[in-house]
Design a protein around this ligand. Structure first.
Ligand code: NAD
Length: 469
């Protein structure tokens, strides 16, 4: 009969389905049961995610060590600590975030119930990058779970050890249907992108960002794109240069410069260039010893492809500090390049490695012009004691975020929306911003079927008498 035929054909279709299609279909079916919506359920999953990070700390650190040569403490500091903070915040604030949000009413609706009700979007695709393979993949997941969605988690194939551990261990903690991990490379990601999602959350390069957005557009699916770019760092000659360089050295060379929010290049006046070089040199020695190659807190370039790309970017520039490398180990020393020109290759793409070019400018006017002539960066850094100068740079430029007198730390402030603008990305997350990003903020207006006198004036005929004009 018809029912049996329908059932059979759906079984046959399922058999023909790819692993990616199947995962999405299961997630959608599971989402449609309403399972992920109750707050108690979301809290339970968030707490399980927290338990995963606590209990599997060692597995996570081992995987990151194998992927990026990072020390266990380094992974704790830069991957899991922030993740744990985001989960704890979501657990603490979920009831508040998910509650109806009353809004200001107008005269026509004064007696009504008018509010915004956040609701889950549905099935979210999370595509992660390799540089902080846990943080950039699981932090969006925190937002997806908190907002009541299902989510397909696609870690980067480039950080293969982390990806494998995530695939093997995460399903032991989270609902397998609602939050499956789908591993694979370009073809698997593209197969996933053919499916219909309710949101795609992508972290990675702008080139792939365009592919993701194009694929999502076919289904009219909204996207969040967490991209990169060249984040400038202006050092004002009147600031405490030694302190500035200490913070810049940290922000640039952590994770071997493979940080989306790392300062990409320095802008400063010619008169302070050699001082900047000397101060950074001192800090590199202090942080990573004379020989960073054998020091456990200095990692490695992710793979040969990126190693060769970075060595290519170094070519034709004056090395002021570092410059050493070992291809067999994907090691590149913390390196400072001086007197770099705007036309140099190293200024044509995001560096994403331990090379810090210094470009000299005549002062803040030229620095602002230099920044504004280029794509809007993910972060703009300024080091200065002059608050007016800082405020002027804020007023006259644009970037995903602006940080004065420090590096990277804005990432740790959950109350700040984290994201880019223009070519550095769209949409944002962290804390409540992530919850909002992966929710539909539904407008609700509830009127009663009485008090019709209030409404009479809107019904035709619109006579002047009735309107009181
Ligand atoms: P990547 O190579 O790991 O790619 C990112 C994701 O895209 C992966 O999951 C990969 O499977 C997928 N992908 C790659 N090629 C694809 C294709 N042709 N079609 C479909 N999917 C594809 O990472 P990456 O792009 O080298 O990451 C580095 C970039 O990410 C840098 O630009 C960095 O600034 C940026 N980044 C941004 C943030 C942020 O929060 N804004 C964080 C980390 C990294």
């Amino acid at each position: 009969n018809f029912e049996t035929r329908k059932l059979l054909s759906s079984t046959i279709n399922t058999e023909k389905m790819s692993r990616e299609q199947l995962a999405v279909q299961r997630a959608r079916k599971s989402f449609q049961t309403g399972k992920s919506k109750p707050l108690e359920y979301r809290l339970h999953q968030l707490k399980s995610l927290l338990r995963f990070i606590t209990e599997r700390r060692r597995d996570i650190a081992d995987a990151v060590k194998r992927d990026l040569g990072k020390s266990e403490n380094g992974t704790e500091l830069f991957e899991t600590l922030g993740l744990e903070g985001e989960i704890k915040l979501a657990v603490e604030k979920l009831a508040e975030w998910a509650a109806p949000r009353p809004v200001e009413k107008n005269l026509l609706t004064i007696t009504d119930e008018v509010y915004v009700q956040p609701e889950p979007l549905g099935v979210v695709l999370i595509i992660g990058a390799w540089n902080y393979p846990w943080a950039v993949t699981l932090q969006p997941l925190v937002a997806a779970i908190a907002a009541g969605n299902a989510a397909i988690i696609k870690p980067s194939e480039v950080s293969s050890h982390s990806s494998k551990v995530m695939e093997e261990l995460l399903p032991q903690y989270l609902d397998k249907d609602l939050y499956p991990v789908v591993t694979g490379g370009v073809s698997e990601t593209q197969e996933l992108l053919k499916q219909r999602f309710d949101h795609v959350f992508y972290t990675g390069s702008g080139t792939v960002g365009k592919i993701v957005m194009e694929a999502a557009a076919r289904h009219l699916t909204p996207v969040t794109l967490e991209l990169g770019g060249k984040s400038p760092c202006y050092i004002d000659k009147n600031c405490d240069i030694s302190m500035a360089c200490r913070r810049i050295t940290w922000g640039k060379f952590v994770n071997c410069g493979q940080t989306c929010i790392a300062p990409d290049f320095v802008l400063c006046e010619p008169s302070i260039q050699s001082r900047v070089v000397e101060e950074i040199k001192k800090c590199i020695k202090e942080f990573y010893t004379e020989n960073p190659e054998t020091f456990e807190d200095y990692g490695r370039i992710i793979n040969q492809h990126h190693f060769k790309r970075l060595m290519g970017l170094m070519e034709g520039n004056t090395v002021a500090v570092g410059g050493g490398s070992d291809e067999s180990q994907c090691y590149i020393a913390p390196t400072v390049l001086k007197d770099v020109t705007a036309e140099s290759n190293v200024m044509k793409e995001e560096i994403f490695g331990p090379l810090l070019p210094i470009i000299t400018v005549s002062g803040v006017d030229e620095a602002i012009q230099f920044i504004n002539e280029r794509e809007k960066p993910l972060v703009l850094y300024i080091f200065s004691n002059d608050n007016k100068l800082i405020k002027r740079v804020i007023a006259e430029t644009s970037s995903g975020a602006l940080l004065a007198n420090d590096c990277l730390v804005h990432f740790t402030v959950s109350a700040l929306p984290f994201g880019g603008v223009g070519k550095s990305g769209m949409g944002c997350y962290h804390g409540r911003h992530g919850f909002n990003q992966l929710s539909h903020l539904r407008s609700c207006l509830i009127k009663q079927l009485n008090m019709e006198a209030f409404n009479n004036m809107r019904y035709p005929p619109h006579t002047a008498k009735k309107l009181g004009w």
